[in-house]
Design a protein around this ligand. Structure first.
Ligand SMILES: Nc1ncnc2c1ncn2[C@@H]1O[C@H](COP(=O)(O)OP(=O)(O)O)[C@@H](O)[C@H]1O
Ligand SMILES: O=C(CO)[C@@H](O)[C@H](O)COP(=O)(O)O
Length: 573
């Protein structure tokens, strides 16, 4: 019997590019990864990005991603992947980042030759060599303008799914042409990281994806079109028509067949010339496609950022959260919370603990000491019920939720008289911080998602039915245990067997659906029918435990007050 078709999903995230290959029955056949810090050459990056502290800029060199793509494809070839079997490709990109193509871009993309690398041939395809990164915080002025333009942040959130955020592409484009007017004039098209990836495979500029376009503060979600008022603000002196031309159209179907793969890939890697390219989406929308997610379930992605994701028929935008179009299914939305201080903030505490207790020698799990400290510390650092609760915020980078500058704040909260004191009295630093930072991150999720969760059974408090952990941190069972204690999760806390590769997996599943769907068949239906629960997910921690869930419910009250106090102290309220 001839071997069946295969599908590739890519994940172009902050710290790496991953490629993952699945068969029609959703089995993972190959995986490859290019870690930007470890494997790229010629770029002065740290954790995948460059920074200009003076202007709060964070950006990534686009050429590094070209290097990464050729390298991942070569790795897959070396692993023995028969590219002739690949019928479809889809991808995912870190959200909001923009790529500025030069006037020569289309010509250079079309005329790619297989003897040379993408990096060598596309050096002149960009009017600006860098892509603003989602961690960038340089656009406060532009965000204020966006928030004010339609009458306030709530109104902007109502129209676009989110209030203005530093990283969102509209404010970024506005700042870009203010800072680099000449480069902007020389820009023929603007891509998101996701559509940039699809463009490479197509050999021409690909359109934006219907979900990822919601991360720009420019797309009117209910109208299903660009919002001309916001385009006018964003385009400034260069005018709406010019900006519309740079942005292009946005197809509604996330499974649309954009076209066949460019010859470059056929000749260099022996792809099947009939391989079809689908829109690439954002890394978070792609992550919710890694399983047939129920509206009652929640996903937490523990990557560089921490994100909390739900698939929901509701559209209830407000200025503290994000709503996006669902990447495959009209009528559904993705609800998201996004924190800048996720993995890297936890790593700082981990490193401080390793420095104090030692034992972080090569080959050992660098998280062992962190995990031990987190598990040995009682919930909220309360050794007895009469103790105060220890809580804090740990933000090495300026944070999105809540909107605070970088800093660390530690408090003791007395749940009896509800008093709150900023102090480190009674704290054993850094050991107590292992549990405190994880608790802080998950208490914030519980606080902000409570309006969307419902009771999973009669007599139970609202909570997700299941909590799925994905991303690099999902390997960590100490974090999983605390996640279950705080968020609940009636059925428990699960991780996908592909763990940190859920985003690339979701992209690969999208390609399977786009090629193999029957007319009108939804993503959930197709993937649901092929999904093998017992093989694909693993329960890694208990979810709802009444006593500790209640205790954290009390802590949420103190946590909310602590945030408000810090916001006031920092002049943010
Ligand atoms: N065992 C672990 N425990 C906790 N965090 C981990 C562990 N292993 C990896 N990580 C975290 O995973 C992060 C990378 O996650 P990943 O989802 O691959 O990143 P991204 O998609 O943002 O590039 C790292 O910053 C690291 O802190
Ligand atoms: O800005 C956001 C979402 O709004 C981030 O979640 C980025 O999409 C980057 O994600 P990771 O690299 O952490 O996966």
């Amino acid at each position: 019997m001839a071997p069946g078709p295969l599908y590739i999903g890519f994940d172009l995230s902050t710290q790496q590019l991953k490629g993952l290959v699945v068969s029609s029955d959703l089995k993972v056949e190959y995986e490859a990864k290019f870690d930007f810090d470890a494997h790229s050459h010629g770029f002065d990056i740290k954790k995948g990005v460059m920074t200009n502290e003076a202007e709060h800029e964070v950006f990534a060199p686009v050429a590094m991603w070209l290097q990464a793509l050729d390298s991942v494809l070569k790795t897959l070839k070396d692993q023995g992947l028969d590219f002739g079997r690949i019928r479809g490709i889809s991808g995912a990109g870190q959200q909001h980042g923009s790529v500025y193509w030069s006037k020569d871009a289309e010509k250079l993309l079309q005329s790619l030759r297989s003897e040379k690398s993408l990096e060598e041939q596309l050096a002149d395809a960009f009017s600006h060599p860098y892509s603003p990164n989602w961690q960038d915080a340089s656009t406060q002025k532009e965000c204020d303008e966006f928030d004010a333009y339609l009458g306030g942040p709530e109104e902007l959130a109502h129209v676009t799914g989110s209030k203005a955020h530093h990283r969102f592409t509209g404010p970024q484009i506005l700042r870009f042409h203010r800072k680099y007017p000449e480069q902007y004039k020389k820009t023929s098209r603007i891509s998101l990281v996701s559509s940039f990836l699809a463009s490479l495979f197509l050999g021409r500029i690909a359109p934006f994806d219907i979900s990822d376009v919601c991360g720009m503060n420019l797309w009117n979600i209910t109208a299903g079109s660009w919002d001309d008022r916001l385009l006018k603000l964003c385009a400034g002196q260069f005018g709406v028509d010019d900006l519309k031309q740079k942005l292009g159209d946005v197809p509604e179907d996330g499974g649309l067949h954009l076209g066949k793969i460019h010859e470059y890939f056929v000749e260099r890697y022996s792809f099947n010339p009939d391989c079809i390219i689908m829109p690439s989406t954002g890394d978070n929308p792609s992550t919710i496609l890694a399983l047939p997610l129920n509206p009652s379930d929640a996903m937490v992605s523990l990557g560089t950022s921490t994100t909390f994701l739900m698939s929901t028929p509701m559209y209830k935008p407000d200025s503290a959260t994000h709503f996006f179009n669902h990447p495959t299914t009209p009528g559904l939305h993705m609800f998201m919370l996004c924190y800048k201080n996720g993995g890297l903030a936890r790593e700082q505490v981990r490193d401080a603990i390793n420095k104090q207790v030692g034992g972080n020698t090569a080959g050992k799990n660098p998280w062992a000491n962190f995990d031990k400290a987190a598990l040995e510390t009682p919930a909220m650092g309360q050794k007895s019920a009469s103790d105060t609760m220890k809580m804090g915020l740990f933000f090495p980078r300026p944070e999105i939720i809540p909107n605070l500058p970088s800093g660390q704040w530690r408090f003791n909260y007395n749940p009896q008289d509800k008093s709150l004191e900023e102090t480190t009295s009674g704290w054993d630093i850094p050991l107590d911080e292992a549990r405190a930072i994880v608790e802080s991150q998950f208490l914030s999720l519980r606080l902000r998602s409570r309006g969307l969760t419902t009771a999973p059974a009669e007599g139970l408090p609202p909570q997700p039915k299941r909590v799925y952990l994905v991303g690099g941190g999902s390997k960590n069972t100490a974090i999983a245990k605390i996640a279950g204690e705080i968020l609940g999760g009636h059925d428990g806390v699960y991780k996908l067997d592909v763990g940190e590769n859920a985003c690339a997996l979701g992209a690969a599943y999208k390609a399977v659906w786009a090629i193999e769907r029957q007319p009108g068949q939804t993503f959930e239906d197709l993937i649901g029918k092929r999904w093998r629960e017992e093989e694909f997910v693993e329960k890694i921690a208990d979810g709802y435990q009444p006593d500790v869930f209640k205790k954290y419910g009390v802590a949420v009250g103190g946590f909310e007050r602590m945030e408000q106090q810090i916001l006031q102290q920092e002049g943010r309220k």
